[in-house]
Design a protein around this ligand. Structure first.
Ligand SMILES: [Mg+2]
Length: 432
């Protein structure tokens, strides 16, 4: 096992940031001087679990975050700090509902069946003003702003600082662009094993927010921060491997995908409504999916549970042989729960040989009404939570204790939202 105290000396690390991701995707951390890391590596850093989104109470004992040395990242903008993802332990036992613990358990389960899921994520985000009320570049006003060269150039310093960081970390980033909404950007790095991608995804969000702040800006991954603009998705590209062999690839299969890949897709389609509670976890998420057309002419997000070839108007796209793209998740998705949800749904598809039905090669935005029997996505968080509660596949896969904690916290979130009186209600109901 890597000795973190030794690593600190070798790499000039003065502080370790022992970090974990709670159920709502919030990053929590303790900053530990390198001199104290020896004991912390063994027993973990102590937290009061109930103070974060984990469904605990003040009567619970200490929660310990035991750092995973394999996840170590020296902050590219402050190399004297070493960031570590951790596993959560209470009373000497792994905490079942902790997102990273959960994903590790599922990855091990898949491994026992001879499968390794590899994924890449496309994290869209907005650079906005510090008060959060508008985009930060007043000149970014095109009605079709996707790939806007000048707007990208005006953010060169921020974008390249983030990309340089990913290069130095060995993530193999390969492109950066201005996305389809004013103020919106996306940066892509290479796909990897599900847990590696989840750790990087969690770190990426932290890094983008931190570097944006350094430049006097604010970064947000909120799914739909502006109603008239395209929202922020977190598309995931998925393949299943055994050693060096991509099991999804089959030159003789439809669109270059093996029957196993279609079973996996069948599982995602079968469980889609319940998955939404995880892939689209906030009240705001439902303003991105099921959205009216935006200024740019499209929402880029799905409304129905359908799949297709290289066509961006469905929930699942097969862009090329060997993988598929899952277009449902949004910027609020918990990096670990995204991978966990995909694994459970996909392996359910394989175990039960689920048939995804026929591929639809139509423009779903314009001709969706011609499709009979396609399932619709939930219209709001409450519907999605009800679907999750009713799903035995997800309950069995993710575990009863995770499901009960997650539903409890998200229901409270929904109830909090429902207690707000909106301006829309006032305007439409005052004269009733
Ligand atoms: Mg995109």
């Amino acid at each position: 096992m890597t000795d973190l105290a030794k690593v600190a000396k070798e790499k000039g690390i003065k502080y370790f940031m022992i970090s974990y991701t709670d159920l709502f995707g919030v990053q929590r951390a303790k900053l530990v001087p390198a001199a104290a890391i020896g004991a912390m590596q063994k027993s973990g850093a102590g937290f009061a679990g109930f103070a974060t989104w984990l469904d605990m109470t003040p009567a619970d004992p200490d929660l310990f975050a035991v750092p995973d040395p394999a996840s170590l990242i020296q902050l590219p903008w402050k190399p004297e700090v070493g960031w570590l993802a951790s596993d959560l332990v209470m009373d000497g036992k792994l905490v079942e509902q902790a997102p990273r613990n959960l994903l590790k358990r599922l990855v091990a389960g898949a491994d026992a069946k001879g499968f390794e899921m590899k994924t890449g994520v496309e994290c869209e985000y907005f650079l906005i003003t510090q008060d959060g009320m508008g985009i930060s570049d007043a000149a970014d006003r095109q009605s079709k702003p996707c790939y806007d060269q000048s707007a990208l150039t005006r953010r060169y310093d921020v974008i390249t600082e983030i990309c340089d960081a990913m290069l130095s970390l060995g993530w193999k980033p390969y492109q950066n662009d201005h996305e389809d909404a004013n103020g919106q950007f996306e940066m892509n790095w290479e796909y990897d094993a599900a847990l590696v991608t989840a750790d990087r995804h969690a770190f990426f969000k932290y890094m983008v927010k931190t570097i944006a702040e350094k430049h006097g800006l604010r970064a947000t991954f909120m799914p739909k921060p502006f109603m008239n603009l395209t929202g922020s998705g977190c598309h995931a590209h998925v393949s299943l491997w055994k050693g060096r062999k991509n099991l999804f690839e089959d030159p003789k299969g439809e669109l270059g995908l093996a029957p196993l890949a279609y079973q996996f897709i069948g599982g995602v389609i079968h469980n889609a409504e319940a998955l939404c509670a995880l892939t689209n976890p906030t009240v705001n998420s439902y303003k991105r999916i099921n959205a009216p057309v935006t200024l740019s002419g499209a929402t880029w997000s799905p409304n129905t549970v359908t799949y297709t070839g290289n066509n961006r108007t469905h929930m699942i796209r097969i862009p090329e042989p060997g993988r598929f793209e899952f277009r449902l998740p949004d910027g609020a998705v918990n990096p670990y729960l995204l991978q966990a949800a995909l694994l459970v749904a996909g392996l359910d598809g394989i175990d039960n040989r689920r048939d995804p039905g026929k591929r639809l090669d139509i423009n779903m935005y314009t001709d969706g009404h011609t499709v009979k029997g396609a399932k619709r996505l939930p219209l709001n968080l409450l519907d999605a939570l009800r679907a999750l509660e009713a799903s035995t596949v997800l309950k069995n896969g993710l575990g009863a204790s995770f499901i009960s904690s997650y539903l409890k916290l998200r229901r409270a979130d929904w109830n909090d939202y429902a207690r707000h009186l909106t301006e829309w209600e006032r305007q439409t109901t005052l004269d009733c």
